[in-house]
Design a protein around this ligand. Structure first.
Ligand code: AMP
Length: 507
């Protein structure tokens, strides 16, 4: 029995109860979807899953191109109490095999061109139902559910009930499923409506992918919870972004989007005159990008800090000073502290480990109680693996990471995951993967390889072998052959030495 209903979709529909015919999605193909359209299609999909036998808590995996129908799939899962498990479209067979084996989905939704790939990844869970949904909105998911009722009684959900499963690899190279609840999503969306001043008059320019927390929860939550509408672009395409900025009021993006806009001479102050807010997150925004953007447009980009485990933690203020090089102040209900390695809170301005507590923080890693316990302190703070400092006005600056993570174009790459694959290649003795500064992607993946036999391998060969084994964004941009990896007295590879030595490599 649920006393207070935290189902995120229920809260979206309450917002549109008096305006169900409001157009909430306008695509780049000028297709329009009202709230009622989305409500009906998501009801049909939810009814179809129930007809197939799905039970509350079952996972629905999806590896699909971004589309309004894909959004309806997410909403159908919320409505039926199913757990939405979106996957990056770049993942290939060996990556998918792990995710399907671990998430044990009730059904998988994929592009019809990828059915063979999906089937070949189903080693451990061969009885899963496979449905298709293509980027143009066609597919068996829509065909098969078209006979179902367009009405669905959204299932009430408690605060802790599980809404979505997203994976993060971590330093061991084995991806961990992050359990995100309806309460996490609803609470954070409410805080963001307030923090960023969203109203029903806003139009969000949505050009982020929808398999990541940024495009899926952060962008959609506050927009729909305020009854606003969305200019829905299937991808970040610079010409389309410039074309639709004048009709939008808010844009959210990763730093790479902003550097690409600045690189385009058609991006002018005039183009952005209707925008009230540019928001950046998922990776550090360089101070020079912040300054150049202000020079060109008069806008000070609002930088915020979040992660899959926590949604958004801090934000620069809507009104008040937006400080370049900082990620602003804690959101309402979020507690942040910077501690030393013994979890002792450090003095203002001292660099330490960033820890977070609040209703935005996930409940744990899927089937990994020990990893979950390791990630929380005894007083329930989540250890983010990020390093930072808080200034005298409470602004947080992220200065680095204790976790071994590369963020390239806003996508996360855990070096260990790439090293494991490189080390399996014939002729490789050992490897170390690092991130080096890159003007477009923020960071670029670079691999250092020690060969079994010097001179037996080459860069192109390694890159093409890697392309067959891991998603493209994880393939090293450069491969360097070295005689030995630098190690400390404990035998640990000293990646800081490699990073210093090769810092200019990918510029
Ligand atoms: P993800 O789980 O993919 O959202 O990645 C989360 C990680 O991205 C965080 O732990 C940070 O290391 C990094 N991150 C997110 N936002 C920012 C930001 N504004 N500045 C610096 N790093 C960020």
């Amino acid at each position: 029995m649920v006393n207070v209903d935290f189902n995120l979709f229920t809260h979206f529909s309450e917002k549109f109860s008096l305006s169900t015919d409001k157009v909430i999605l306008n695509t780049e193909h000028e297709q329009q979807y009202t709230f009622s359209d989305i409500d009906k299609t998501s009801a049909q999909i939810a009814n179809y899953f129930i007809e197939l036998g799905a039970k509350v808590g079952d996972r629905i995996s999806s590896q699909i191109e971004k589309s309004p129908e894909g959004l309806c799939l997410y909403f159908a899962c919320l409505r039926a109490g199913l757990v939405f498990h979106p996957l990056n479209t770049a993942y290939n067979s060996s990556e998918l095999e792990y995710f399907f084996g671990n998430a044990e989905p009730f059904a998988i939704v994929c592009d019809e061109n990828n059915i063979t790939l999906i089937e070949s990844s189903l080693n451990q869970c061969g009885c899963v139902k496979i449905l298709t949904l293509n980027g143009d909105g066609d597919g068996s998911l829509i065909d098969n559910s078209s006979h179902c009722s367009t009405k669905f009684e959204t299932v009430p959900r408690a605060e802790d009930d599980f809404a979505a499963l997203l994976y993060s690899s971590g330093t061991t190279g084995v991806p961990k499923g992050i359990m995100i609840s309806h309460g996490n999503l609803l609470g954070n969306a409410k805080s963001l409506v307030k923090a960023w001043g969203f109203t029903h008059n806003d139009t969000l320019l949505h050009c982020l992918p929808t398999f990541h927390v940024h495009g899926l929860f952060i962008s959609l939550g506050c927009t729909l919870l305020s009854g606003a509408s969305i200019r829905w672009l299937s991808a970040f395409n610079i010409n389309n972004v410039i074309k639709y900025l004048p009709g939008s009021t808010v844009m959210m993006g990763v730093p790479t989007y902003y550097t690409r806009l600045l690189d385009d001479e058609n991006f002018t102050g005039q183009v952005s005159h209707n925008i009230r807010l540019f928001i950046s997150g998922s990776a550090p925004l360089r101070e020079d990008t912040f300054a150049l953007f202000e020079q060109r447009t008069g806008h000070r980009i609002l930088e915020r800090y979040g992660m899959t485990e926590t949604n958004v933690n801090t934000s620069n203020p809507l009104k008040g000073e937006r400080r370049a090089g900082t990620v602003g102040l804690p959101l309402h209900g979020v507690e942040i502290r910077v501690v030393d390695d013994d979890n002792k809170t450090l003095k203002t301005g001292t660099i330490g480990n960033i820890q977070i507590r609040g209703s935005n923080v996930f409940s744990g890693y899927w089937h990994l109680p020990e990893k979950t316990a390791e990630s929380f302190t005894s007083d329930q703070y989540f250890d983010t693996g990020d390093k930072g400092k808080i200034d005298e006005d409470g602004y947080l600056a992220i200065v680095g990471r204790s976790k071994d993570l590369i963020i390239s174009g806003g996508l996360n790459i855990y070096p260990k995951e790439v090293e494991i694959v490189i080390d399996e290649l014939s002729g490789v003795k050992e490897s170390a993967v690092i991130g080096v500064a890159h003007s477009d992607f923020g960071e670029a993946v670079v691999a250092m390889i020690v060969e079994e036999q010097k001179g037996s391998l080459n860069e192109d060969q390694i890159r093409s072998l890697m392309k067959a084994k891991v998603a493209n964004f994880k393939v090293p941009k450069r491969v360097i052959f070295i005689d030995d990896l630098p190690r400390n007295s404990m035998g640990k590879v000293q990646k800081n030495i490699l990073r210093d030595q090769y810092e200019d490599l990918a510029q």
